[in-house]
Design a protein around this ligand. Sequence first.
Ligand code: NAD
Length: 325
Amino acid sequence: MAELPQRGAVVGCGVIGAAWAARMRLRGIDVSAYDPSPNASGILDDVLADAVSAWQALGLSTDHVASLTLCASIEEAVADAGLIQESVPERLDIKHSTLAAIDAAAPADAIVASSTSGYKPTDLATSMTRPERLVVAHPFNPVYLLPLVEIVGGEQTSLGTIDRAMGTYRALGMHPLHVRKEIDAFIADRLLEAVWREALWLVNDGIATTEEIDDAIRYGFGLRWAQMGTFETYRIAGGEGGMRHFMEQFGPALKWPWTKLMDTPELTDELIDTIAEQSDEQAAGRSIRDLAQERDRNLVAILRALESVDAGAGKTITNLRALQS
Ligand SMILES: NC(=O)c1ccc[n+]([C@@H]2O[C@H](COP(=O)([O-])OP(=O)(O)OC[C@H]3O[C@@H](n4cnc5c(N)ncnc54)[C@H](O)[C@@H]3O)[C@@H](O)[C@H]2O)c1
């Protein structure tokens, strides 16, 4: 298992950056953070509080939360950091200027990681003089609870950087998944986007409300997906004939004119209004923070249940317990 660096840096402290800071601090890494927003300090505090509650509910130790230093510049934040996690807004110009500033000031052997949801690392690295140390490390919200992080190297990323990144994120208690080839949006967001496109059509065409679509996921296949993925689930669905039988039986349906996967509805004002209003109704007065805390309680329950049967993401919690002992 790789050793964690003594200091990490988080550049951009919104939803994702603040949660990276919390995960690092809970794993004993001192964090230097930079964000130009006056709200950053409050977000960092709130997210740490939620992360501590979640780890306590998982039965993990929160006795040694490492320090946080808010810095006045990127240069100051990254100067002594062994792991630098960029989480600025998803715009290529902002990514480029931020990565150039990180590149100029970071220690030579630091891992420079981007949280981007979709840009390929080769396209991100064009503003860097040391692109061999850049990886995409794409996390999932909430970063302090969800273990998956997709690791993607660019054309100039060194194999050593990928290896070190895999070890470092594992030592952070995560499940790093190395994406073999660069592709826009990597693996998970491509899958999510397919579901999202169909969901938009179902609302657009008046087939279902936002709540009904969410129910269709969470009362059914969403539960399956938390413990086995699509392929293992479908293998079982094929009965004793397994995957081959499943594909023979349902393969022809792929040719039927059902799917709208390659097509998206026009995001008209009317469609946006419909989705926003239905989503407000579904929230029934619960604030975003209320919903985030409800989500965390549910995720903790699921992770604990999976851990009790040594399955799926539950194994990462067992691993975290061992790392803490
Ligand atoms: N939200 C998600 O679910 C999610 C999941 C995975 C990855 N990501 C990726 O993480 C990154 C951040 O997304 P987010 O959802 O946290 O966005 P966000 O808007 O919540 O946070 C972005 C933060 O960056 C700060 N910022 C703006 N310009 C900056 C600069 N020049 N230098 C430093 N900080 C700056 C903003 O003040 C803000 O606090 C994006 O690349 C996004 O694609 C998001």
